[in-house]
Write a new protein. Structure first.
Length: 186
């Protein structure tokens, strides 16, 4: 019987080269952090297709473990894309990197009636990332989408929702929350 080791355990033993190791010096002994990005949309707000809600900011070196999305009462049949934009300073006006990296046409009604919708779990079918991408840095995940990166650009990214379709005006205040589990990077 042969024992195989991932590259994060030992490079000198029999290793499986196809298993990427993520427990490098930058994460060994690290703490899992959780960022909660809540947004309240005032009643009467009329959205249009293509409107963007920038939920929160993370650094390119942060290792994303999971992203969950939820809301309390968005109008039925409202769908959103979940992706990343460059932050570009305090104005948060940076260009799109990949508008649907973490999910395409996510049904907010499902995100309301179910528990929080996980990007790496039940929503993986509509996203550009899969379960094996959990634990990668944000810049590595960006590279899965539209970017062509070979090293950490040391920038900040905004996690953003882009509305698909044209949802009706809201009749009450709406709460949307994006919860990100991550390991803080450089």
């Amino acid at each position: 019987m042969t024992t195989f080791y991932g590259s994060s355990i030992a490079a000198t033993y029999t290793s499986l080269d196809t298993i990427p190791g993520y427990a490098d010096a930058g994460t060994a002994g690290s703490r899992l952090r959780t960022a909660r990005f809540p947004v309240t949309v005032a009643s009467g707000r009329d959205f249009a297709s293509g409107d963007i809600i920038r939920m929160g900011t993370l650094r390119s070196g942060d290792r994303i473990v999971d992203i969950r999305l939820g809301n309390d009462q968005f109008p039925a049949s409202t769908t959103v894309d979940l992706g990343i934009y460059l932050t570009n300073g305090a104005a948060h006006g940076g260009a799109v990197v990949d508008a649907d990296l973490f999910g395409s046409a996510i049904d907010l009604n499902t995100a309301r009636t179910a528990a929080l919708v996980s990007v790496f779990g039940e929503n993986a079918a509509t996203s550009g990332v899969g379960a094996t991408d959990s634990g990668k840095t944000l810049w590595q995940l960006a590279d899965i989408g539209a970017a062509t990166l070979t090293a950490d650009p040391r920038v900040e990214y905004d996690l953003a929702l882009t509305l698909v379709g044209n949802p009706s005006a809201t009749g009450a205040d709406l709460d949307i929350v994006l919860i990100v589990d991550f390991i803080s990077g450089s």
